[in-house]
Design a protein around this ligand. Structure first.
Ligand code: GCU
Length: 327
């Protein structure tokens, strides 16, 4: 009898210990998907994000990063998040326009006066409103990642807007990007990023537009040798988390995740400048010509877009004016 009691209390103590231990080591793993390769600065910034979250939560939250569109392209990743099959995705403000129209502000050409103005908008209430704007789609933005300025690159030199006429130009799946290329009399061809190398190589498209880092790291410099520095847009990448995944974390863990995202975004600003310099040097070494253009010509050619927005999209135009007022 005595032995039995002892055995029972021993088992009970064991169970309590096991429960305690499993609580102490309860690990939540969050999957993060993105479409760049591991050498890209944004991958490094997100690695820092994952490391900080792991450290500050004492290992309770781990973020596993899947690069190179392993879990799908940007659109598919957002859809996976909406279906509860993915927790975090890095996308781009252009891609996000289809999910939340507020993101179109970043896709408008020459809206930001310079990098400083762009950064002020990112840090302003407008930047925060846009990150929150997709809540009813099942996810929110945690932070922005600097992605420099986007310019056209093609198989022939683009020196003036006239040179774009009639070219098949790959754009991101964004209505604003499509309108931009139409305004320049090119033929916009929306394609997922991962399909672009082959499309350029096989002549499905003649041109594309992106920042210098992504241009070389996706090896587009092998198949397009002229990069025009028209810098028509500064479109950030955006780190997204599904509402469901965020809500399953404690308040304290949510704060850690948000802070770490912001820290990684600041780290990205440092990484970006360096990465663009390095990638430009690499491209030049491989025979790419960087063309300095008169940006005012491009700016003039796309300015009717703003008259059109004023007439047809009053809400967006109001936001344009708010952005312009930021000093
Ligand atoms: C940039 C951006 C990507 C995006 C790509 C594109 O490189 O960082 O998120 O997918 O442009 O043009 O599709």
């Amino acid at each position: 009898m005595q032995n039995n009691k002892r055995q029972v209390s021993g088992i009970a103590a064991g169970i309590i210990l096991m429960i305690g231990a499993s609580q102490a080591f309860a690990v939540t793993t969050l999957k993060l998907s993105h479409n760049q390769n591991r050498a890209h600065a944004v991958h490094q910034a997100m690695t820092q994000f994952a490391n900080e979250v792991k450290e500050k939560t004492n290992g309770e939250i781990r973020i596993r990063i899947y690069s190179d569109s392993q879990l799908g392209n940007q659109r598919e990743s957002i859809e996976l998040m909406q279906n509860g099959a993915l927790d975090i995705a890095k996308s781009n403000a252009a891609e996000l326009e289809a999910f939340s129209p507020a993101y179109s502000i970043f896709n408008l050409p020459y809206l930001f006066r310079d990098k400083e103005h762009y950064q002020q908008v990112i840090d302003s209430d407008i930047g925060k409103e846009i990150l929150a704007s997709s809540q009813n789609m099942g996810f929110i933005g945690l932070t922005y990642y600097d992605a420099g300025a986007r310019s056209f690159y093609a198989k022939k030199p683009i020196r003036t807007p006239e040179d774009l006429k009639g070219l098949k130009i790959r754009v991101q799946p964004s209505p604003t990007a499509i309108a931009l290329v139409k305004g320049l009399k090119g033929n916009p061809t929306p394609l997922a990023y991962g399909e672009l190398y082959t499309a350029l190589q096989q002549g499905v498209v003649d041109a594309a537009e992106n920042n210098i880092t992504s241009f070389t790291l996706s090896r587009h410099n092998e198949v397009t040798k002229f990069f025009s520095l028209d810098e028509h847009a500064m479109i950030p990448d955006v780190l997204l988390i599904s509402n469901k995944s965020l809500n399953k974390l404690t308040t304290e863990q949510q704060e850690i995740v948000k802070k770490a995202a912001l820290n990684s975004s600041n780290y990205m600003i440092q990484l970006w400048e360096q990465s663009e310099k390095e990638e430009r040097a690499k491209a030049e070494k491989h025979g790419v010509e960087f063309i300095v253009v008169d940006k005012t010509l491009f700016q003039g050619a796309v300015s009717p877009m703003y008259d059109n927005i004023a007439k047809t999209q009053p809400e967006l135009f109001e936001m344009v004016n708010r952005v312009r007022k930021i000093e």
